[in-house]
Ligand binder design. Structure first.
Ligand SMILES: [Zn+2]
Length: 434
C-alpha cells in the first residue's frame, strides 16, 4: 500500500489517488487510478455512507512520455444508510482532479490554458492535441485564464499609463473596421486591458472601475492626439501630466506630406500617381528623415521635386515635417519650445491648407506635445511593442469575432499574469572551456 501511495502521488502527481496499473491502449498510455477514500459522510444528512461499488470514467490527461495519456478513474459509488434520507446514492467527486462529466483533467485544462495564453498557440492546435473540440479547449483557457487576468494584483501599481487604439476586426463587405482601445502600463510594458471602441467613454468607463488609490497613483499618461482620450484621462485621473505620443505627432506630419504630394500630383498630371511619375517615385523617400538619406537619396529627392513640384508645395510640406522632427531632437524643454515656434512660423509663412491644418491641430496639443520634455521623453513606445504582440495573436487566431475571447487571449499573452510555474532545476552546471 505504501508503494501504491508513492506511485499515486509521485508518479501520477495526484494527491490522494493511487495508480493501479499502467497499460498501453491504441498507442496511448492509460493509467488505471482510484482515490484512497475509504469513508465519507452523506452530503445530505451527514450519516456515514457505505461503499456501493465503482464506476469507471475515462478522462484525457496531460501527455506522458511523449504519448497521449488518459486516466481510467474507477470512481467509487456511495450509498446513504439512513432510511429517511432522500440522497440514496452518489458518485465520488474530486473537482481538483477532474470535474464531473469533464473530458479533460483539470491539469490538462490548465496546460491548455498555458499553451494558448502564455505561448500564444492556436486553440485549435491544442484541441487536436487533446482530442477535444475547439469549445472544450477554449473553455479551459477561460476557466483557468480568467482568475489570472481578473486578479486585481495584475493591474496594480501603475504610474505611467498609455492609451492607444488598435483595429479589432477589419472592414468587410458588411461592416466597417471596428476598434478597441488598449491600456498599457508604460513602465513595465504590460497590457492592462482592452476595451471596446475608441471613444473617450471607453477609457472613462474603464477608469471608473478602478479604486481611488489606483487612480491617484497614475502621474503620467501618453496618448494619441485624440480629444476623447485626453478628456477621459484628465477627468478620470488625479491631475496627471498628459503627453501626446511623439510617434503619432510625426505621423500627422507624414500624413500632411502624403496629402500635399497627392494633390500636387493630381493637379500637375491629372491622374493619381503611378509608376514613372516623379512624385510617386519619392513617396517613401519623402517620409524618411533627411539625416537618414544617402547623398544619392537626397539627389533623387531633389530631382523629383524639380520635375513634379513646380510651386514647391511638396518641398515645403517636407521641410515643415523635418522642422517638427527637429523639435524632437531637442535635449531640453526650452530648446524644444523654441524649435516648435520655428515650426509654427514656417507653417504660417505659406498658404498651404494641409499645413495650416496641421499647425492648428498641434496648437491644440501644444501643452501635451512639450510635456514630452517634462516627462523624460515619455512615449507610447511600449504600447507600440505590445501592438506588435497583438498582431501576432490576431494572426494565430485567424481574426477574432468574439471580443471577450480576444481580450482574454491578449491579456494572457501581453498582460503579464502571475503564471504559477516551477522552473526545472539545472542538472549540470554550464560547461567551461578548460
Ligand atoms: Zn443521507
Amino acid at each position: 500500500m505504501a508503494d501504491d501511495t508513492a506511485l499515486g502521488t509521485v508518479v501520477l502527481g495526484l494527491e490522494g489517488f493511487v495508480l493501479l496499473e499502467a497499460r498501453e491502449v491504441d498507442g496511448e498510455v492509460e493509467l488505471a487510478v482510484e482515490t484512497m477514500a475509504v469513508t465519507t459522510g452523506c452530503p445530505e444528512c451527514g450519516v456515514v455512507a457505505r461503499a456501493h461499488g465503482r464506476r469507471a470514467t475515462v478522462v484525457r490527461d496531460v501527455a506522458m512520455g511523449g504519448r497521449p495519456c488518459r486516466l481510467a478513474w474507477s470512481k467509487r459509488l456511495w450509498r446513504c444508510e439512513e432510511q429517511l434520507c432522500p440522497k440514496r446514492t452518489w458518485t465520488e467527486r474530486r473537482d481538483d482532479a477532474a470535474l464531473p462529466r469533464a473530458v479533460l483533467t483539470e491539469r490538462a485544462r490548465a496546460h491548455v490554458c498555458v499553451q494558448v495564453g502564455r505561448h500564444g498557440r492556436p486553440v485549435a492546435q491544442l484541441a487536436r492535441e487533446f482530442g477535444t473540440g475547439w469549445n472544450t479547449a477554449m473553455a479551459a483557457v477561460r476557466d483557468h485564464g480568467l482568475p489570472l487576468t481578473e486578479d486585481p494584483a495584475r493591474t496594480a501599481g501603475v504610474a505611467s499609463l498609455g492609451v492607444d487604439e488598435t483595429s479589432f476586426q477589419a472592414a468587410g463587405p458588411r461592416r466597417r473596421t471596428t476598434f478597441v482601445t488598449g491600456l498599457v502600463d508604460l513602465d513595465t510594458g504590460r497590457l492592462l486591458d482592452v476595451v471596446d471602441g475608441r471613444a473617450g467613454t471607453s477609457v472613462a468607463g474603464w477608469l471608473q472601475q478602478r479604486g481611488d488609490g489606483w487612480l491617484s497613483a497614475v502621474r503620467r499618461v501618453a496618448l494619441d492626439p485624440h480629444r476623447g482620450y485626453l478628456n477621459a484621462l484628465l477627468e478620470g485621473l488625479d491631475a496627471p501630466t498628459a503627453v501626446v505620443d511623439a510617434f503619432h505627432v510625426i505621423k500627422l506630419a507624414n500624413t500632411v506630406v502624403d496629402e500635399v504630394r497627392r494633390r500636387v500630383q493630381q493637379d500637375e498630371m491629372g491622374h493619381r500617381g503611378h509608376k514613372g511619375d516623379p512624385l510617386y517615385g519619392i513617396r517613401r523617400t519623402l517620409l524618411v528623415g533627411t539625416e537618414r538619406l544617402t547623398d544619392k537619396g537626397k539627389a533623387r529627392l531633389e530631382a523629383a521635386l524639380v520635375a513634379g513640384d513646380p510651386d514647391c508645395e511638396v518641398w515645403y510640406a517636407h521641410h515643415v515635417k523635418e522642422l517638427l522632427r527637429r523639435v524632437y531632437r531637442a535635449d531640453a524643454h526650452d530648446e524644444a519650445a523654441d524649435r516648435l515656434e520655428e515650426f509654427h512660423e514656417a507653417c504660417q509663412f505659406v498658404e498651404i491648407p494641409e499645413i495650416r491644418r496641421l499647425a492648428r491641430t498641434l496648437r491644440h496639443w501644444h501643452h501635451q506635445l512639450l510635456a514630452y520634455w517634462r516627462c523624460d521623453g515619455l512615449s507610447n513606445g511600449k504600447t507600440e511593442a505590445i501592438n506588435a504582440l497583438i498582431k501576432r495573436i490576431k494572426r494565430v487566431g485567424h481574426g477574432f469575432r468574439n471580443l471577450a475571447n480576444y481580450r482574454l487571449r491578449l491579456l494572457l499573452f501581453c498582460g503579464k499574469p502571475a503564471w504559477q510555474d516551477q522552473p526545472a532545476a539545472r542538472l549540470r552546471g554550464p560547461r567551461h572551456a578548460s
